[in-house]
Design a protein around this ligand. Structure first.
Ligand code: FES
Ligand code: FE
Length: 435
């Protein structure tokens, strides 16, 4: 009944703040969203050699993302099938086997049971095929991004991503060499609900003129107000959505995706179809996206320190639920394998100054998201308070369909709307309502 009310509210441009703190909703999200959707677990460059592994999360469950001896990528639950102890306690490394610290059971890096102390006496008849580590039934990657799905009945990853594949191509497929992570992901706890981050990155360009206004004052952001007028939305099926813009750094030194010529000279546009080439050559750029449920991207250009010229950077970020009132933010700055090292350094520095635990944009954003749990737990508010989601409903704002859009999805003329956000929340309702 509550979900029916949320759906009806969304159609009218409203949302109950209960969704941002309720523990029962949180439990339902773990049961119905994180065990059924394709969830991002890492970048291909984090586990390039056999035996490489990193610890990752789907919802609140911990997994080992590992490349096994045969080169296959596996996602193994990090809990022993004997008494559930975590078998791997290092955040990353390289190993052929995992040995449980409790009684010493040993698993191959493919997850298979491989032995136990005093095996001949203790387990002479164990069914070794039965007692491996639990593993995700589906793991697949697209443009270097690895996703896993815990639902055996899942649709294929490409179908789940749908039209987002087109945009992942233009973001990550600009050359054969591709991108890699610039070190380990940054991670830190934010006192807010994970959905506030996912919703912000799916379409909220409107907050920039206010939340990030001080960055204009100190010279890190040339035109905070331009974020709503210059950016626009692309709405995709499946709750995915993008914030798109048109390059603002001056030619001829800057070109495709706001990269300078020493980087664009490494790009190979013959890899794309005619529409994707037109997108890139017209200097459209993806500023941000959210792939339902909790993976987002920021691709922007800011100075690596005040006073220097802006440098383009790209970060993947994930909103990991930790209870209903906190999330862990994971952030992976990415660099181009074929770009000059000096550019990659400057790009990393620009991303850290803006988006990281100490990031100036990040602090602006995370502090305002605290309001969700506050009002969700308020006895006065939770009964009947509604949040306003009206912007862009039925011509109520300067927000029209962009009829000649060259890419897939429905594009808008500006970011003075909340269609992407409403669609994200509708998808959230669909996922929670599925039996
Ligand atoms: Fe792992 Fe006993 S809990 S070996
Ligand atoms: Fe922001």
């Amino acid at each position: 009944a509550f979900l029916a009310e949320v759906r009806k509210d969304l159609e009218q441009g409203m949302l109950s703040p209960r969704v941002l703190n309720d523990p029962d909703i949180h439990r339902a999200e773990l049961d119905r969203i994180f065990t059924r959707c394709w969830v991002f677990v890492g970048h291909i460059s984090e586990i390039s050699d056999p035996g490489d592994y990193v610890l990752r999360y789907i919802g609140e469950d911990q997994f080992i993302l590992v490349r096994d001896e045969s080169g296959e990528i596996q996602l193994l639950m990090n809990n022993c099938v004997h008494r559930a102890s975590p078998v791997c306690r290092a955040e990353k490394g390289n190993t052929s086997h995992f040995r449980c610290p409790y009684h010493g059971w040993i698993y191959k890096n493919s997850g298979e049971w491989n032995g136990a102390p005093f095996r001949a006496k203790a387990y002479p008849k164990i069914d070794t095929a039965r007692w491996g580590l639990r593993k995700a039934p589906h793991v697949d990657s697209y443009q270097g991004l690895i996703f896993a799905c815990l639902d055996p009945q899942a649709m294929p990853l490409r179908e789940y991503l749908g039209d987002m594949c087109w945009y992942l191509d233009v973001l990550f497929g600009l050359n054969e060499q591709g991108m890699r992570v610039a070190g380990d992901p940054h991670r830190w706890i934010v006192p807010a609900n994970w959905k506030s981050g996912a919703e912000n990155f799916v379409g909220d360009a409107y907050h920039v003129q206010s939340a990030h206004r001080s960055l204009e004052d100190i010279g890190l952001l040339p035109d905070a107000g331009g974020a709503s007028t210059g950016n626009f939305h692309v709405t995709l099926e499946g709750g995915h959505g993008l914030i798109v813009s048109r390059g603002f750094l001056p030619e001829p030194h800057y070109g495709i995706m706001d990269y300078p010529s020493e980087v664009t000279s490494t790009f190979d546009l013959t890899r794309f179809d005619a529409d994707q080439r037109e997108f890139l050559e017209s200097r459209y750029t993806v500023v941000g996206f959210t792939i339902f449920p909790n993976l987002s991207l920021i691709h922007a250009a800011t100075p690596p320190e005040p006073g220097l010229p802006p440098v383009s950077f790209t970060c993947l970020r994930q909103w990991q639920p930790r209870g209903s009132e906190e999330f862990e933010l994971w952030n992976w700055p990415l660099v181009w394998n074929a770009a000059p090292p000096e550019f990659n350094h400057a790009s990393y520095d620009a991303s850290v100054l803006g988006f990281s635990p100490s990031g100036v944009f990040e602090q602006d954003d995370t502090v305002v998201w605290r309001g969700g749990p506050m009002v969700g737990r308020s006895a006065f508010a939770r009964k009947d308070m509604k949040l306003n989601f009206e912007m862009g409903l039925d011509g109520m704002s300067d927000y029209e369909p962009r009829l000649d859009w060259i890419g897939p999805g429905e594009a808008s003329t500006s970011a003075f709307g909340e269609k992407n956000q409403r669609r994200w929340w509708q998808r959230w309702c669909d996922a929670l309502a599925s039996s």
